[in-house]
Design a protein around this ligand. Structure first.
Ligand SMILES: N[C@@H](CCC[C@H](N)C(=O)O)C(=O)O
Length: 333
């Protein structure tokens, strides 16, 4: 029998599978099939999810493990910030270590650490989001020019809005708006993740509202997923855009509170002596359920609910209490 976890970071929900515990690791094709099955709510496996996080042995001896992230549509992304926090907790509990390195696609290395719990039964981890790249090297762009795009009007997207393009290293488009209009965000997100001349590989689209000094609210339409409760790399890239474009409100090396539809994270944006940037992303790493399932079903990529045994961890109630307290403090409903 194989074990999976259902996890979330700011309600950005994933199934987590440790391939090192399987008799036979899944092929990439098998994982792409499995993620599409598991995350589809119509299969009734805990109402689906946004993606699948996979733990592998890392090729890099400096890393404790490797994380891969598959989106709901089967595509693989280079990085996942909320997912990495939950993978970090999983590895921390497995090995007893509180500070270590995890590798991701492209042999990128991320320092991760256990943080003080956000509330009783709300464990927290912080992860390093890097490398940071800017357009045009960050992603294949067409018709937007061959220069950095930071706070630039792009009337082809939405008239009157300014956009920034930052990869961390998965691609993000960011706009600061006076009021987030989810319909407008959905239209742009769908357009730029379909056949379009601008982002041939798709892009995660983030709308942000400035709430005050070092405080923002971010909502994301994710590539390969659609609307999510939160996107960790999106909130990190948006924090960098915030300090670059609104220096009167967003500061380097200061904690930035980032509220999102699923809760809250804290980021810190750093500029290093070689001119590069990195972002520290800290927030909850919640395990909601443990699933036990025949390993053959994972390879098959489809199964009936009756073959899965599911145990509730009862962490979600504590997380919801935490979110209620955050919303009350922030005067959000
Ligand atoms: N939700 C993730 C990002 C997942 C990958 C993204 N959809 C992409 O395709 O780049 C996060 O928390 O960062």
């Amino acid at each position: 029998m194989a074990k999976l976890l259902k996890v979330h970071g700011s309600e950005n929900k994933f199934f987590l599978m440790d391939q090192t515990e399987l008799k036979q690791p899944l092929t990439t094709h098998e994982m792409q099939k499995l993620v599409q099955f598991l995350t589809d709510p119509k299969h009734h496996i805990l109402n689906g999810a946004d993606g699948l996080l996979v733990v592998n042995q890392s090729k890099d001896p400096k890393a404790l493990a490797e994380m891969r992230i598959f989106n709901r549509d089967g595509s693989e992304a280079s990085m996942c910030g909320n997912g990495l926090r939950t993978v970090s907790r999983y590895l921390s509990e497995k090995t007893g270590q509180d500070h270590f390195i995890v590798s991701t696609m492209g042999d990128n290395l991320h320092e991760v650490s256990r943080e003080q719990d956000l509330a009783p039964k709300v464990p927290a981890f912080s992860v390093e989001i890097a490398p940071v790249k800017f357009a045009p090297s960050a992603m294949p762009l067409h018709k937007l020019g061959d220069h950095k795009i930071i706070d630039q009007l792009i009337p082809q997207f939405i008239k009157g809005l300014k956009f920034s393009v930052i990869a961390v290293p998965n691609p993000h488009l960011i706009s600061f708006v006076p009021k987030i209009d989810p319909t407008q965000l959905g239209h742009l997100g769908k357009y730029l993740n379909g056949e379009n001349p601008y982002f041939t590989d798709g892009v995660n689209v983030n709308f942000a509202k400035i709430l005050g000094k070092n405080r923002i609210f971010v909502q994301t339409y994710e590539r390969g997923v659609g609307f999510t409760n939160a996107c960790g790399t999106g909130m990190s890239a948006t924090s960098l855009a915030f300090v670059l474009t609104h220096p009167q409100d967003g500061q380097f090396n200061h904690v930035i509170t980032v509220l999102n539809p699923g809760g809250m994270v804290r980021t810190k944006v750093m500029k290093h002596s070689d001119g590069s940037y990195s972002i520290n992303l800290a927030g909850n790493a919640t395990f909601t359920h443990q699933l036990t399932i025949p390993e053959a079903d994972l390879h098959q990529g489809e199964f009936s609910l009756s073959e899965v045994s599911i145990k509730d961890t009862h962490e979600e109630d504590a997380y919801q209490q935490f979110v209620k307290a955050v919303k009350a403090k922030e005067h959000l409903n």
